[in-house]
Design a binder for this molecule. Structure first.
Ligand SMILES: [Zn+2]
Length: 129
């Protein structure tokens, strides 16, 4: 699963971490990020539904396998939607309407494919990042 502050395809840190959880199911989850590191790259992909997605890599993994990238992201998304994880993070309860919207979004994300790369940039040069 994608580790916060790390490359999508390996455990190389790409961002400073100011603080993180140290125990329990949230162990390793970042509470506060610091600046991007010099090895952090953002690749923007065009997805099969016409949307774009920014995905982070270390410089060793700039040409990763799109199916593997998709798998890592799907795992992360499902994990974040786990009711137990949401409760541990103190996420607010959703109304039925909100939950329905989330399930629709989940369905959309699970069916997305990466079409092609449309840009890459070092995160430290991305405005506002
Ligand atoms: Zn990597």
């Amino acid at each position: 699963m994608k580790r916060p502050g790390c490359c999508t395809l390996c455990e190389t840190p790409v961002r400073e971490i100011v603080s993180k959880h140290t125990k329990g199911k949230l162990k390793g989850e970042v509470i506060q990020f610091g600046p991007w590191l010099d090895n952090a790259w953002r690749i923007t992909y065009l997805m099969s539904d016409g949307s774009t997605a920014d995905i982070t890599f270390c410089e060793e993994h700039l040409d990763g396998d799109s199916e593997e990238i998709r798998k890592v992201y799907t795992e992360r998304f499902l994990w974040e939607e786990d009711p137990e994880i949401r409760a541990l993070k103190g996420s607010p309860e959703r109304t039925a309407v909100q939950q329905h919207a989330v399930e629709k979004e989940l369905d959309r994300v699970l069916n997305l494919k990466i079409e092609k790369e449309v840009g890459r940039r070092m995160w430290k040069f991305v405005d506002g990042a």
